[in-house]
Design a protein around this ligand. Structure first.
Ligand SMILES: Cc1cc2nc3c(=O)[nH]c(=O)nc-3n(C[C@H](O)[C@H](O)[C@H](O)COP(=O)(O)OP(=O)(O)OC[C@H]3O[C@@H](n4cnc5c(N)ncnc54)[C@H](O)[C@@H]3O)c2cc1C
Length: 494
């Protein structure tokens, strides 16, 4: 017989959703709370460890932003241009990018509680700072909705969460893999844990599953995400292998979200599998290739294959990786001239993983393309660019191509200022969209439509998104859902 422990709340996972649920449960009066993190201590924290942790929320006035970043100098704050991002704006973004498929009840719930969730994080002790943008004529222009990220990026946020959780007496256990859920499709009462000391059981009045998506499991990627999804490069934690999700489905949990969908972005073709750590200054990692709207992207046949200027990066990056995956060899090349390079968000030389040449014909063989093919693509593209509309990288400028397929809808400028550069990219997977179904109490719902008593979920293990994702919504969803999951789990009586 495995040894058995008893506690109030078991939280599965050691990422941001798990810490948030555990802390909320403690604040709501739960006694003994045990967090079970599969990763060793040196790699705890799930995907947030690799993340910038930008946070999207709805607000109406600059005063509501000011509350979140009280430490910013008042003179500096007065230079911030902060257009409103209302609940209707946030909901419209969610509906547009998910092609109208997002659950309306859960999306309303997330949006309506987004500002309160970030206030709660601030009150608990998470510190935020403004996104960094270069000033234009002494003013800082922010993209509506994504104004702040946590200090120190994802790792900074995780270290802070851990300090807060330990300070509250929450028991955080590393190298502790949940291998079984005890219960059935009506009631869950505990878990079995595999640890260095062998297997043991923990019973509690509630279990909160915050075990992430299945994106680190190449077999599940191939099974659910479509052709060659097993070849995607992993951007985050290697520990998100989906077994707790499978255990919940095995008990009879209902599914939600897009099971063939995943957040997938263009990343450096040479990036290591398993995540490039985020930069300590809070910027996302340097394996990202997020400047494609300032150039063109071609496949290994030298052809463009998507509209690089469709919309702001925040609304295209999470679906662009899939487009690269579908190309021959699952690689593509982002081509820039000096005008594009000068606009790179992390600066022109944030990475040296490119090839460069004085002409497009000389660039082509460096990426394995025939000079005439790439020259033809670039000349065709340049000929389709019109100067009727002024180029303005700070907004959707409507400066589009004419007469070519696919078009470039915004920011279309000729690629004609040498030297030219090519960056090889592949598809990086961030997190899977398919997961369990929950209600607004964050109870997991079974296939008969009833809540499984004692089982709650939050984070990427919850099915929510379809097709695409507006940037920085994962952290928002975690905070909103985990806070509720923790409070309801704490309030539960057996
Ligand atoms: C590179 C990158 C950049 C990102 N940037 C942003 C951003 O700027 N803004 C934003 O909102 N989102 C961002 N995201 C997404 C965001 O980080 C995730 O959506 C979020 O961290 C998911 O949180 P989670 O706690 O649900 O899952 P995770 O953070 O993945 O945590 C899951 C946890 O469960 C543990 N686990 C898994 N299986 C078991 C088991 N059997 N037993 C015990 N523990 C288990 C894992 O070890 C891990 O600790 C980014 C992600 C990446 C990878």
């Amino acid at each position: 017989m495995a040894r058995e422990e008893v506690c109030d709340i078991v939280v599965i996972g050691g990422g941001s959703a798990a810490f948030e649920a555990a802390v909320a449960a403690r604040q709501a009066g739960a006694g003994k709370i045990v967090m079970l993190e599969k990763a060793p201590e040196s790699e705890f924290g799930g995907n947030a460890r690799y993340s910038h942790t930008g946070f999207r929320f709805a607000y109406d006035t600059p005063d509501e932003i000011r509350e979140i970043i009280p430490d910013v100098d008042e003179d500096l704050f007065q230079t911030f241009h902060l257009p409103p991002y209302t609940r209707d704006d946030f909901l419209a973004d969610l509906n547009r990018v998910t092609q109208g498929r997002i659950d309306p009840v859960l999306s309303d719930f997330m949006v309506d509680n987004s500002l309160d969730a970030i206030r709660w994080m601030r009150d608990v002790g998470i510190v935020f700072e403004p996104e960094q943008h270069p000033p234009i004529n002494g003013k800082y222009y922010f993209e509506p909705g994504i104004i702040v990220h946590s200090v120190g990026g994802g790792l900074g946020q995780l270290l802070r969460w851990r300090e807060i959780a330990l300070g509250m007496g929450i028991d955080v256990r590393y190298d502790s893999r949940v291998v079984e859920l005890h219960g059935n499709d009506r009631h869950v009462e505990g878990v079995r844990v595999s640890s260095d000391d062998g297997e043991y059981d923990i019973r509690g009045r509630a279990v909160i599953a915050c075990s992430g998506g299945f994106q680190a499991n190449s077999e599940m990627r191939a099974r659910y995400l479509g052709p060659n999804a097993d070849l995607m490069r992993l951007r985050g934690s290697v520990y998100d292998t989906g077994e707790v999700l499978n255990m919940m489905l095995g008990l009879g949990a209902a599914t939600a979200g897009h099971w063939q969908g995943a957040h997938a972005t263009p990343i450096d073709a040479g990036a290591r599998d398993g995540g490039t750590p985020a930069r300590a200054d809070g910027h996302s990692n340097t394996a990202n290739r997020y400047d494609y709207m300032f150039g063109i992207t071609v496949n290994s046949a030298g052809r463009r294959f998507f509209d690089e200027g469709e919309a702001n990066l925040s609304y295209t990056y999470a679906k662009t990786g899939r487009r690269v995956l579908a190309q021959p060899g699952s690689v593509a090349y982002q081509i820039f001239d000096q005008q594009g390079i000068r606009l790179f968000r992390l600066g022109p030389d944030y990475t040296d993983t490119y090839v460069e040449a004085p002409t497009i014909a000389e660039l082509a063989p460096k990426i394995g393309l025939h000079p005439e093919v790439l020259t033809h693509t670039v000349e065709n593209f340049n000929a389709a660019v019109s100067d009727d509309v002024a180029f303005d990288p700070s907004r959707l400028d409507g400066r589009s191509t004419a007469g070519i397929e696919p078009p470039k809808t915004n920011w279309a400028t000729r690629i004609d200022e040498p030297p030219f550069r090519a960056y090889a990219v592949t598809c990086g997977v961030t997190f899977s969209f398919g997961g369990v179904r929950v209600n607004t109490a964050m109870e997991v719902i079974n296939t008969s439509g009833r809540a499984i008593q004692g089982l709650y979920a939050s984070g990427d293990v919850v099915g929510l998104f379809f097709h695409n994702y507006p940037s920085c919504t994962g952290q928002t969803r975690n905070a909103v859902f985990s806070r509720v999951a923790g409070e309801n789990a704490a309030a539960r009586n057996n």
